[in-house]
Design a protein around this ligand. Sequence first.
Ligand code: PHE
Length: 339
Amino acid sequence: MDLKKTIELMNAEIASFELQSNEALESFRIRFLGSKNKIKDLFVQFKELPPDEKKELGQILNQLKKTAETRFEEAKKSVGSSKKKSGNKLDLSLPAPTELGSRHPISIVRNEVEEIFARVGFTVSEGPEIEDDWHNFSALNFPEDHPARDMQDTFFINDDFALRTHTSSVQIRVMERSNPPIRTISPGRVFRNEAISARAHCIFHQVEGLYIDKGVSFADLKQVLYYFAQELFGQDVQVRFRPSYFPFTEPSAEMDVSCNICGGKGCNICKYTGYVEILGCGMVDPSVLENCNIDSEVYSGYAFGLGIERLTMLKYGINDLRLFFENDVRFLAQFRSEG
Ligand code: PHE
């Protein structure tokens, strides 16, 4: 058979070669592109041709080689992509493999506290975690060198700045920049230089509240806190107020709620008293109002401050404060259905 005829036949073979699998691709490669391929044989025969035939046949032979190469590359691509497609087939009957995240219990309770106070008209205010002496202490009636400063062990940054020890500092900022009536809560992180244990931590979260208007009384304070306790712990909760001391409120009190863990019967969480302290409160000291340019002859107000960790421990029966900061997923995953 002459070379031209052989080339034609081989062209037809290349065009009709089934190339739908990797195995077919490999036999095609061996046959037409490998080290001992058929086309090479034709080049050997080509060399023997007389020069006048070489010109025409040289071109069609080179074309044959190119056709084989292109066919191979294209088939390789389409086998690869159809493989990917079939591997990714969407099976809608499979259960969703996604792991649902959960809110941190501190966030759940913080949100709940914010919602409860929002329902009676409190806005939310935030402020810096690094505070100056004025906003964290002096404006709140902690005179310099006064022993009341030792009530809160402070992380100092330098002579002028410290990590805030409470979010009362935010309330000073709000009073400085706005006119009464003021009704706001300030949630946020606070810092105290305490040894870490099941009952104490150097970082914790507070929500402090402030209401300033004409004629605000201690009765208003008791009413809003009783409402808050009922919303958070249920209608049957008992509250009690005990006299206390804070430099920035006068009179001052602490509020206890009946123990959520034992229902008031007595347990180790409430130290067998049936009650647990949840917050400090009082009527804003007139000199604090004056420090913020609010006329204390015209306005009065109340303030309160609570620790979110304490509330969360009571609400969920958690007995170790450190769990909130360790981010152990076995602990956190238990709050999946909440918040
Ligand atoms: N700032 C106080 C604390 O951190 C709590 C408090 C706030 C008490 C407002 C009374 C009034 O302990």
